[in-house]
Design a binder for this molecule. Structure first.
Ligand SMILES: Nc1nc2c(ncn2[C@@H]2O[C@H](COP(=O)(O)OP(=O)(O)OP(=O)(O)O)[C@@H](O)[C@H]2O)c(=O)[nH]1
Length: 296
């Protein structure tokens, strides 16, 4: 699945664990966005294991690396995963979806819609991107594909759409309300303030909501992705992340860097991975499986 696999495939079959071998591995980890501190930490463990002969073949080091990364990523996994459990204590359960332009928010919402419907949940969508008519249309298309209504407003502001949508979802007794928002850079202060307002308005319309504040993150954005997560988390208190575009990328390592970055305090969990543009291309995130896919 990931580009790393191609690079490492032959490396882990090698019989010679010399300096060149370790250098090659280190380079591959950095190139895939694992990030310098995490790479250094992993390399030190592998070198130590090789020296103490706890692992004497490339294959054993591969298993060790998979284990180490899985335990690092464990902190980003959540059980039960709210996307894949049928029970919800909130009606409607409100998902606020945020992220930079083009990260894959609307596509991911389309996928979530289908997923929730497959769990017999009724879904309502809200088009919180009031800036671009094209964005509204795109959400309406996904709504149409899933036969789900979309609350929109021409003009208006995102907070007003969210407010309307909450009341509609309550009166229609929808199980799930997903609120899309316009893409923005975390450095655009006024737009981040707007998001905070949307979140406040949602909380006033339905105390306790949004129950999930979900960042959609393009898995190819490397170190920039880390800054996005930090800034959106600082502004909104993210609960969840979905990492997209992990099909055919050489950059899947960014999730390892994320685990390292979000060490302190309450942190969002990675719920799922986007693995394509199609409506079914969404896979649950589990630390063990991700790590083994990265290095196998
Ligand atoms: N390969 C691949 N492409 C994806 C994935 N998710 C989304 N895309 C593509 O990424 C592009 C942007 O997706 P959108 O869903 O429009 O992104 P957005 O975040 O809503 O964009 P804005 O409305 O501009 O903020 C589209 O071409 C999608 O098909 C994924 O998991 N894999």
């Amino acid at each position: 699945m990931f580009g790393l696999r191609k690079t490492l495939g032959s490396l882990f079959k090698s019989n010679q664990l010399d300096d060149a071998w370790f250098d090659h591995l280190e380079e591959s980890l950095i190139q895939s966005d694992v990030g310098l501190p995490t790479t250094e930490q992993l390399m030190a463990k592998l070198r130590k294991a090789a020296k103490s002969e706890k692992a004497s073949s490339a294959e054993e080091l591969q298993s060790l690396l998979i284990q180490e990364v899985a335990s690092l990523l464990q902190s980003l996994e959540t059980n039960p995963n709210p996307l894949f459990t049928s029970a919800s204590s909130h009606i409607p359960e409100v998902w606020l979806v945020v992220g930079v332009n083009g990260a894959g928010k609307t596509t991911t919402i389309g996928k979530l819609c289908k997923l929730f419907q497959s769990q017999d949940k009724s879904v309502l969508l809200a088009a919180g991107d009031t800036f671009r008519a094209a964005a509204r249309n795109q959400l309406q298309e996904w709504g149409g594909r899933n036969q789900v209504d979309v609350i929109t407003q021409e003009g208006g502001d995102a907070a007003a759409v969210a407010h309307d949508a909450i009341h509609s979802a309550i009166s229609r007794k929808n199980d799930i309300l997903i609120i899309d928002t316009a893409g923005r850079l975390a450095t655009q202060d006024h737009l981040m303030e707007e998001l905070k307002k949307v979140k406040r308005v949602i909380g006033k319309a339905l105390p306790g909501a949004p129950h999930h504040t979900l960042l959609v993150l393009d898995g190819n954005t490397g170190q920039n992705g880390l800054s996005q997560v930090k800034a959106f988390h600082a502004a909104l208190g993210l609960t969840s992340i979905i990492v997209t575009k992990l099909d055919g990328t050489a950059k899947g390592g960014v999730i390892c860097a994320l685990a390292q970055t979000l060490k302190e305090g309450p942190k969002p969990a990675i719920l799922a991975l986007g693995k394509g543009e199609g409506i079914d291309d969404l896979a649950p995130f589990t630390a063990g499986q991700y790590s083994s896919e990265l290095f196998n």
